[in-house]
Design a protein around this ligand. Structure first.
Ligand code: FES
Length: 578
């Protein structure tokens, strides 16, 4: 039993540590100390190997060098220095033998290694090593480093990674990063860590230096810059846009940049490129979450890649749609938007799903000219997309990528409206409607959103059993059943948010975690917006069917769980046995 005087602690009897037989001592919560007797002298070290947490009492000591038995990292037994550059030093403790007793001085355990662990995180991101990233993130979070700071380190890497090895598709890394952050905020502990780590892992990879961008020489007023950006966007000249954005920022026009990118992203020639407006929306959220100082490099480079993307030559349907949208825009732009909540939603949805692009665009034009509030229209298109996920046939190709893009793009119109204004969101509606038309091959039967859903209730004694039942169905990949069960659960009056959290928890711990982050986040946020709508439940039904169908049943938990316990000071043996 340990006995304490001031800072010294009695940890063992000398007789308990014979030569050549190290002993592990538990100190405080989860902390394990290793005692070694070498030639009659006692040494005390952390028992957790700084590499991956193997107990060092199982290692060997020769010539004052302690070697871990797992991956053979070796340390100076006395000072703790590690002989391998990519591994932390080992913590050692002063020892005194007082008569027959061993005393150690555990010292100040305050966390002071944030910079070291940020560097470890950067190394993990560069080498795409999941364990290193998980370990660094859990150590930083456990040490009390704010999540924003940890994410800021990840963001700095992502910016370089995207700028040195990606074009517009780098937006998918940003999507996982920002959605991982947003989803992670809904959880705590290990669930939060896994959301953050999943986001980090999906954005890892090589990153190199690039030439510094400098502002354009004066005189360059904002009017000129914004006109040039629109022009280069239309011509697909991404490189020229980056310098314009950079110049505007340096001239103090940062707050005009997100709206400008939104304006470009919803232009008719980007129809059929749903990721352009979607990623612009995620990029502006990155600015919101991290600020210009941390995120400007990413913003200028990726923003330019996105709105400067050169679309392929349009095929007939797309060419017609672009022409139609151009014709209709003047009426929409001059309309008095945002007047009423009233409109015939079922007729609107019937037009959108009519597989007739002229009819669908005319329906959009008409509701906009009638002044139906955009917020209301966004809810409709979000629920239509969710309804399509809830109804898509899953026996061949359910079209999940296309359907979730419809949903996430529809939800992103809320940021488009907030940041870019009503006209931007109104144009964005045409893009969603085109997506629904372009996804006609999925063959989803058209349904009025006001049509009542099945009223059948799930036959379970209580909410907890209902959740268990549904999670079991997700885990056994029974996509045919899961939608019915979710609807039955909601019909029984059980809590939707609770179920949503549990579904999120289950999939976050699965290998598909990074893929579902954007959609999971959309459903979390859209549930409240859809309150009182007869199709609200389809958000959860669609999500459950989607996550069940794409699930690979490969667990993701080992790196994150081990990292969490590592951060608590536990050794791998305790992790596996605990
Ligand atoms: S070398 Fe010790 S855990 Fe890897």
């Amino acid at each position: 039993m340990e006995h304490q005087t001031q800072n010294w602690v009695k940890v063992a009897e000398l007789s308990e540590v014979p030569e050549g037989q190290p002993k592990a001592i538990q100190m405080g919560k989860g902390r394990s100390i290793a005692l070694f007797n070498v030639d009659g002298r006692i040494y005390a070290t952390d028992n957790q190997c700084p590499h991956m947490g193997y107990p060092l009492t199982r290692g060997t000591v020769r010539n004052g060098i302690l070697t871990c038995d797992w991956h053979r990292r070796s340390f100076d037994l006395e000072g703790g220095g590690c002989f391998h550059v990519e591994c932390d030093d080992l913590r050692t403790f002063p020892v005194e033998v007082r008569g027959s007793e061993i005393w150690i001085e555990p010292g100040d355990l305050t966390y002071r290694r944030a910079e070291e662990h940020k560097q470890l995180l950067r190394e993990g991101l560069l080498s795409e090593d999941r364990w290193t990233m998980s370990k660094a993130i859990s150590l930083l979070l456990k040490g009390g480093v704010p999540e924003e700071e940890v994410m800021g380190t990840i963001l700095a890497h992502v910016s370089r990674h995207i700028a040195s090895s990606h074009g517009a598709e780098g937006g998918s890394d940003v999507s996982r990063l920002i959605n991982g952050l947003k989803v992670g905020r809904r959880y705590s502990g290990a669930d939060r860590l896994i959301a953050v780590t999943t986001a980090a892992c999906s954005a890892s990879g090589p990153a190199s230096e690039r030439l510094e961008v400098v502002p354009l020489p004066e005189p360059v007023a904002w009017e000129k810059i914004s006109r040039w950006v629109r022009n280069f966007s239309y011509e697909g000249q991404s490189g020229r846009i980056e310098r314009c954005l950079f110049t505007a920022y340096h001239k103090g026009d940062a707050d005009k940049l997100c709206p400008l990118l939104f304006e470009c992203a919803v232009e008719p020639h980007f129809i059929d490129l749903p990721h352009i407006p979607l990623y612009v929306s995620y990029l502006s959220e990155v600015i919101d979450a991290f600020g210009w100082e941390s995120a400007s490099e990413l913003f200028f480079y990726l923003g330019a890649q996105l709105v400067g993307h050169r679309p392929d030559e349009p095929e007939r349907y797309r060419r017609d749609a672009i022409g139609l949208m151009r014709q209709m825009l003047p009426t929409v732009e001059n309309a008095a938007l945002e007047q009423t909540l009233e409109f015939d939603e079922d007729a609107f949805v019937a037009a959108l799903t009519s597989v007739n692009i002229q009819r669908a665009f005319e329906a959009v034009q008409s509701v906009l000219v009638d002044g139906v509030k955009l917020e209301r229209l966004i809810t409709t298109v979000v629920l239509l997309a969710a309804d399509r996920m809830a109804s898509t046939p899953v026996n061949v190709d359910a079209g999940w990528e296309n359907l979730t893009t419809e949903l996430n793009l529809a939800a992103s119109l809320r940021s488009a409206q907030q940041i870019g204004g009503n006209k931007v969101a109104a144009k964005g509606l045409f893009h969603i409607v085109w997506q629904i038309f372009a996804n006609r091959w999925i063959n989803i039967p058209s349904r009025a959103l006001s049509q009542p859903l099945s009223q059948e209730k799930l036959d379970v004694p209580n909410q907890a059993e209902g959740i268990k039942h549904i999670i079991g169905t997700i885990q056994t990949l029974n996509v045919q059943e899961v939608g019915v069960q979710v609807l039955g659960y909601l019909n029984a009056g059980y809590c939707a948010e609770r179920l949503l959290e549990e579904i999120g928890h289950t999939v976050l711990w699965d290998d598909t975690g990074s893929q579902i982050l954007p959609t999971l986040r959309t459903v979390f946020e859209e549930w409240k917006h859809a309150e009182g709508h007869p199709a609200q439940y389809q958000l959860l039904v669609g999500l459950a069917r989607y996550v069940t169908d794409i699930r690979t049943n490969k667990e993701n938990r080992s790196a994150a769980t081990t990292a969490m316990r590592f951060a608590e000071g536990r050794t791998t043996i305790e992790v596996f046995e605990g």
